[in-house]
Design a protein around this ligand. Structure first.
Ligand SMILES: Nc1nc2c(c(=O)[nH]1)N[C@H]1C(S)=C(S)[C@@H](COP(=O)(O)O)O[C@H]1N2
Ligand SMILES: [Mo]
Length: 217
């Protein structure tokens, strides 16, 4: 899909003028479409495009940082200031409202795939008084992602346990991964072990290696 088509799908007719202006920037370097531009011009709450379920394909297994440890004893640890630490089993997470969506997973390496997911919006586990940032880490803490709260609470930001109609495989992040179609693939952390709502901007694996911390689309 070329940039014009993608811009049209993302922003609709009303956004084409803005998007056309940004296309020049994006064709130079997508990371120039950074946090301040995305948030101020476009707003953090717009929806990512969705696709018919039949368009979905299995994405490339890409990146295995943090996926080595055994997860037979897996539980999701959740921390937020002013709240006791808690932990949820996979069954408890799956008991939250289920959302299915078919969206595009876009890797900074230049490939993308339409994928169908099932999970629950991350906002269902967020406290009402959540601070500015969210940190997500693998159980072994080797891969970690930082999000601004608006993006974390976006309705299409899912804690997902199914991909294309089947439970996640280990390579795609079993038992639970993040799907966040308003961000590049790097933010879609596989095998979440802990989620921390926090006041300070969390470290981020790929931001530490030169990519934009915000990595919005
Ligand atoms: N734990 C973990 N999550 C990760 C990565 C990784 O190396 N480790 N790579 C990221 C990148 S760069 C991409 S593009 C997507 C790819 O997801 P997929 O393997 O399900 O296609 O996972 C993201 N999540
Ligand atoms: Mo990626």
């Amino acid at each position: 899909m070329n940039n014009d088509r993608r811009s049209f799908l993302k922003f609709g007719a009303a956004g084409v003028a803005v998007a056309a202006g940004l296309n020049g920037l994006m064709s130079v370097n997508p990371h120039l479409l950074n946090e301040s531009i995305t948030r101020k011009l476009l707003g953090a709450r717009r929806l990512a495009p969705t696709f018919p379920r039949e368009r979905a394909k299995d994405p490339k297994e890409n990146g295995n940082v943090g996926l080595d440890e055994d997860v037979t004893d897996w539980s999701l640890k959740i921390d937020a200031p002013g709240h006791p630490s808690r932990s949820m089993s996979l069954d408890e997470v799956k008991a939250l409202p289920r959302v299915e969506m078919t969206t595009e997973l876009m890797c900074v390496e230049g490939w993308s795939e339409v994928v169908s997911w099932a999970g629950t919006p991350l906002r269902h586990i967020a406290p009402n008084d959540a601070p500015e940032y969210v940190s997500l880490t693998t159980p072994d803490k080797l891969y970690y992602v930082g999000l601004d709260l608006d993006s974390a609470l976006h309705p299409q930001t899912l804690l997902a346990w199914e991909m294309n109609g089947a439970p996640l495989t280990p390579e795609h992040g079993a038992p639970l991964r993040l799907v966040i179609p308003v961000k590049y693939g790097i933010k879609n952390i596989k095998r979440i072990g802990a989620i921390n709502f926090q006041t300070t901007r969390p470290p981020d694996y790929w931001a530490e290696r030169g990519y934009d911390w915000y990595s919005g689309l």
